[in-house]
Design a protein around this ligand. Structure first.
Ligand SMILES: [Zn+2]
Length: 208
């Protein structure tokens, strides 16, 4: 596998990129990942990087982004924060990735059994984590079922996972409303913003 070049990056369409990610996840699921000489890719990318996609995902150790999409050095920009939400610094990173470095697909990747989502559901409090979890609370509120407060905790995994899906969709809204650069690129068809969910029990990515 050769590392991406300016030419290979510009030749890929947005749909081809999403297809590359889907096929990479299938190879990962089937334990048929491609053989890569990573040191060769280090050398090939030493003069520059041309990643085709940007993935915003959680810090969760079970979701190493390049591994689950079977990609190599220089293929993906990877932004990771507990609960995969955005703030101005993350939006700035994404603007760099898309506007300046040519990435054409922006994936917001949530996951099942997310600890940050569980913490937001439970109203967990600890140091700086308290304020961080506030970013996920709108998604907790937006999932209206079940009504019974006793069922709206981390013990109810179905609820937690529904909140995680809602959080992906709110994060996409926040990207559009928070970054004029990315919103304009999307409106012009220069980038595609898509949501996806990773299932920690199986390794499967489902695009939403
Ligand atoms: Zn998580």
């Amino acid at each position: 596998m050769k590392a991406q070049t300016k030419e290979s990056q510009s030749a890929l369409s947005q749909n081809q990129i999403i297809d590359l990610l889907k096929k990479g996840n299938l190879r990962f699921l089937e334990n048929q990942t491609l053989s890569r000489n990573l040191q060769q890719q280090v050398e090939e990318t030493s003069g520059g990087q041309f990643p085709f996609a940007t993935v915003l995902s959680c810090i969760d150790s079970r979701i190493p982004v390049e591994t689950i999409f079977d990609q190599g050095i220089g293929d993906l920009f990877s932004v990771r924060i507990a609960g995969n939400f955005v703030n101005d610094d993350i939006l700035g990173s994404m603007e760099f990735a898309c506007k300046l470095a040519g990435s054409k697909v922006l994936v917001v990747l949530g996951h099942t059994a997310c600890g940050a989502v569980k913490g937001a559901c439970d109203g967990a409090e600890l140091g700086k984590l308290t304020g961080m979890l506030e970013k996920i609370k709108p998604a907790v509120k937006a999932v209206t079922n079940p009504v019974d407060a006793a069922q709206r905790t981390s013990a109810n995994l179905d609820f937690v996972n529904e909140v995680a899906v809602k959080n992906v969709s709110f994060t996409i809204d926040d990207i559009r409303s928070g970054s004029e650069v990315l919103a304009e690129m999307e409106n012009n068809g220069e980038i595609q913003i898509v949501g996806a969910m990773y299932e920690v029990a199986t390794g499967k990515v489902a695009f939403l």
